[in-house]
Design a protein around this ligand. Sequence first.
Ligand code: SF4
Length: 256
Amino acid sequence: MRYFFKNAVDEGYMCEPINGCSVGCYYCNAFKGAKRRRMVKNRAEWLIPKSDNIDINIFENELNQAIKDNTVSLNFIALCGLTDPFCNCETTNIFNKCKTIIENHNYLARTLTKSKIPDNFLKHNPKLTEIGITIDGHSLYEKHLKNNNVEMLQKLKENGFYVFISFQPLNVKTPIYKLENILENFKFVDQIKFGILDKYRIETHERQFKKAYKLSDIIANFCIENKISFVNTGRTFSKINRERLIKNGITKKILF
Ligand code: SF4
């Protein structure tokens, strides 16, 4: 079993102890990648997350190596980036185990979820933990509200954690007023990432392309006004905001 992988895009490290995700998003790139690498046969298999028992020696050796190498562009380990760490109790236990080992090595881990953030998440070391939620549209935002994730994120921020939201991917059909309403609830976050869903259709339909620009600009303007670091992972970003971004210098170039 191998736990740590170098991310070819940003040269950071990902820790992937779990294969599969029961959230089952239709746009899941992790599933497509796992299928390509023959780690899963089909979607039904993907929907049942799998993991072997963590071999502490192998895990620690790989972690030490990753920490040694991880100086180029990122200073954190992306933990469980190819699954949702909190999609069930078993994945949450594996996440906690790996997170504790990384913390014991005094290293920062970053994670992202669409599921309920566990109540005991506050027990992690705030100085070594970054946590975010993905919002791909209004219905997922409502699910986060029901799961108390917005409240939890606020509590984590008050306790010194670095918190972020990810509109990656954001459905281009999201109405503008709904996006603006969602954003109003996140003035407290440290960072917002965004990228627009369905880039091929955007590229071929001018109207969608314009809408994607508009949504991107709304997020960027909100971040600039509220002094929130932001990262646009797609090309859907207007020239004006690109210039403002350079002037303000408040972004942090990262990928998750
Ligand atoms: S939560 Fe992430 S890993 Fe899980 S199915 Fe959705 S996109 Fe894939």
